[in-house]
Design a protein around this ligand. Structure first.
Ligand code: PLP
Length: 737
């Protein structure tokens, strides 16, 4: 082919590769490789240094690989055999037609898929358009949808600079900086028409028309479409609309949400896709309901109140935030400046339009709430854990004044994680031996997990220890680079080489540093904490990671306190902070720790998912009974935790000081009386049999429930199926008329 303009990026890349390696291009352009067995080394082997430098981006790696190296591999029979094995597996996966969804949800098809809208997607560290839990959940949702054969597309934004990067200065204070995403060297394909021109949609934002182009990411069988305003024909200000994730002020926020919601619906239309279901993952995309309404009014020439039911029939909503202040709201002024020409198209007055987002019927003076809009115009809504469902029903009962709280139509589907993404290859291999080759396709089967009892303690433990060593090595590497970066003394830099010890009980704590997550709770009683970490017989070590939002001063102060502890002379080899938390560091952490600590202020953790990732790898949770752990934690016959530990029972007090004291004391007690003694109760070969019993209990009881195969199946049955969500008849907006 000579017309390279019409070639897909994968085809262009393939053209540069020696014949026997051409399939590498297909693999590089589909993130399926990131959860397939035996994937990493195939790319890494090409050039380990470049692999690391590129942030594990296979396209950038292949683009930069020398012809010399490529031809070397092209004559290596072992390498070719592995490549062929993976390519065969890939083709089989992509062509499979007898999937779970084809049997259970035949009404969904590629032409009529579920359209899943979200402001962030955490697919892989080489596609940095995520910030934290919400994005990772969205990424895992798409991956399981792909595995189960659920026809689905994702709709999101392609951020030129993504979420900020974190660097800690010599005072332990967080500094934020941004780097450009090189779209052309990422596994992205710009959507073009038959002439090779980018497909664009247009939107009016403030006074100007803005053109949006669309990129496609392959996530197995699922296509993720990401919208981008960074085009030369846009005003320079508008080019930055998709510059940063969760950056800027309310003005930026509303503009981005208009691009996502309204632009998203237009993009889907421009691509010729007609979704049967629109799934709004969190309120950021709720403006899509307005665009769907506008299209329906236009198509039918009926009034808004006559078509709202047909919009609602196609839309479902998942809420993620248990605090009122966490829900996006926009002032009437802002709404005016974005929607003044929109409400006439719906045939609504300004007051009628604004009251769609007001909690109290017909109160246009309230700020416009995205969650309120979504609850009004979606046929079904859910929270993300049982407890969060309850909290949400209570919080939103104001919308349903005629109903008792337990009849508020918000159900729950508890979050999960994508087993194949988060299970370490070493453990996956062990499960393949003891649970069956295709264990990862049967994660919802409790019988299969019973097979964990067959794994010899020594074998499980030795693999766990290898993963812990890997975590220690990763931590040393990152900490050393950070110390070099901030110009610390040479002996400080060298000290990173013997930071931590893989034989010591290792705790992990990594997540956003929002104050409600209480990142420094463990250090509340400094004297006691020093005794626990510095104990010479039975020491404890901890690794922290996570970012505070740039505007969150209190979160930054918590990080600063942790950095002081990292420098404390008595325990500086036992406490580490890894900068710039991302999916890769998350994987190393959740695969290598003995104990995963989570101590949010209950009930502010809607679900949490990092602790679920730990379970697939044999780590044990020690957590407040909030979010998913409320459902996961089980008590054994001895009255103690069977599959982990619960901090502070489920007592609630509104006195934060008191709650912090109760919870930290409970945590110290658990550590000193249960966790540390159990870990160090080891036989002559250093095997802690009692501990391993708990590891096995955790794997068996948690993995079966808290995975996204179960979760996506729940969404298909309870939310996506036609006529599903019988309990949810959200109030009609027509009541406002
Ligand atoms: C899983 C994950 C999260 C979510 O962690 P929570 O403890 O559920 O808040 C955040 N960031 C990254 C990188 C993750 O992998």
């Amino acid at each position: 082919m000579t017309n390279t303009a019409a070639m897909t990026p994968a085809a262009k890349l393939s053209a540069k590769l020696p014949l026997p390696l051409k399939r590498l291009a297909d693999l590089a352009y589909n993130y399926w490789w990131s959860w397939a067995n035996g994937h990493v080394s195939l790319f890494q082997n090409i050039n380990p240094d470049e692999w690391q430098r590129s942030g594990h981006n296979p396209v950038a790696l292949l683009e930069s690989a020398s012809y010399e190296r490529l031809t070397q591999l092209a004559e290596d029979p072992l390498y070719l055999k592995r490549l062929q094995g993976l390519a065969t597996q890939f083709d089989r996966y992509m062509q499979e037609t007898d999937t779970w969804a084809s049997r259970v949800a035949p009404q969904l098809s590629q032409e009529h898929p579920v359209a899943y809208f979200c402001a962030e997607f955490g697919i892989h560290e080489s596609l940095p358009v995520y910030s934290g839990g919400l994005g990772i959940l969205a990424g895992d949702h798409l991956k399981s949808a792909s595995d189960l054969g659920v026809p689905m597309i994702g709709i999101g934004l392609l951020y030129r600079q993504g979420y900020f990067h974190q660097r800690l200065n010599r005072n332990g204070w967080q500094e934020d900086y941004y780097t450009d995403n090189p779209f052309e060297q990422m596994p992205l394909e710009l959507m073009t028409n038959a002439e090779g021109e980018p497909i664009t949609v247009q939107l009016q934002i403030r006074q100007r028309m803005v053109k949006i182009q669309i990129w496609r990411v392959q996530v197995g069988r699922v296509k993720l479409y990401l919208l981008d305003t960074d085009r030369e024909d846009n005003d320079p200000i508008d080019r930055w609309l998709t510059g940063h994730l969760y950056g800027g002020n309310q003005e930026t926020r509303i503009a981005q949400e208009v691009v996502l919601g309204i632009g998203g619906v237009k993009a889907v239309q421009a691509l010729g896709i007609e979704p049967t279901v629109y799934h709004l993952n969190e309120g950021h995309a709720a403006f899509c309901l307005l665009e769907l309404s506008r299209l329906e009014v236009q198509r039918t020439s009926k009034s808004f109140y006559d078509i709202e039911a047909s919009v609602r029939d196609r839309c479902v909503f998942t809420t993620h935030t248990p605090v009122p202040a966490g829900h996006d709201v926009f002032s009437a002024d802002l709404m005016d400046s974005y929607f003044a020409s929109f409400w006439p198209e719906l045939g609504l007055s300004r007051e009628q339009f604004l009251s769609l987002g007001a909690r109290r019927l017909g109160d246009p003076w309230e700020p416009f709430g995205m969650t309120v809009l979504a609850l009004r115009l979606c046929r079904g809504a859910n929270g993300v854990s049982e407890l969060h469902g309850q909290v949400s029903r209570k919080m939103w009962s104001i919308l349903y004044p005629d109903r008792p709280e337990d009849k508020v139509p918000i159900s729950h589907i508890t979050n999960g994680v994508h087993a194949r993404t988060w299970t370490a290859p070493l453990l996956s291999d062990l499960y393949a031996q003891y649970l069956g080759e295709n264990w990862s396709a049967r994660v919802v089967d409790p019988q299969m997990w019973a097979g964990v009892d067959q794994i010899p303690n020594e074998e499980l433990w030795s693999r766990h220890q290898i993963l812990k060593e890997r975590l220690v090595a990763h931590t040393r590497f990152k900490v050393k680079a950070s110390r070099q970066g901030r110009g610390e003394e040479p002996d400080q830099i060298h000290a990173a080489d013997h930071l931590l010890d893989p034989n010591i009980l290792t705790i992990g704590f990594a997540r956003r540093f929002s104050p409600y997550k209480r990142g420094a709770l463990l250090l509340r009683n400094a004297e006691l904490a020093l005794q626990i970490f510095g104990n010479s017989d039975r020491p404890v070590q901890i690794i922290f990671a996570g970012k505070a939002h740039p505007a969150d001063e209190e979160g930054k102060r918590i990080i600063q306190r942790l950095m002081e502890w990292c420098r404390h002379h008595a325990i500086r080899d036992r406490v580490a902070f890894i900068e710039d938390y991302d999916i890769y560091t998350a994987q190393k952490l959740i695969q290598g720790v003995d104990v995963w600590l989570n101590n949010p202020r209950r009930p502010l953790e809607a679900s949490g998912t990092s602790g679920q990732k730990v379970c697939f790898n044999g780590g044990l949770n020690c957590s407040v009974l909030d979010g998913w752990w409320c459902e996961g934690y089980q008590v054994g016959p001895d009255g103690k935790g069977l599959n982990g530990w619960a901090i502070g029972e489920d007592a609630n007090t509104s006195d934060q000081e008191l709650q912090d004291r109760i919870d930290s004391e409970s945590l110290y007690r658990l550590l000193t009386e249960e966790i540390v003694p159990l870990y160090y109760d080891q036989d002559a070969n250093g095997i802690p049999h009692g501990w391993i019993q708990k590891m096995k209990a955790s794997i068996k009881t948690n993995s079966v429930a808290f995975n996204t195969d179960r979760m996506v199946a729940d969404y298909v049955r309870q939310m996506y199926a036609p006529g599903a969500v019988v309990n949810a008849e959200p109030i009609l907006a027509s009541a406002l008329a």
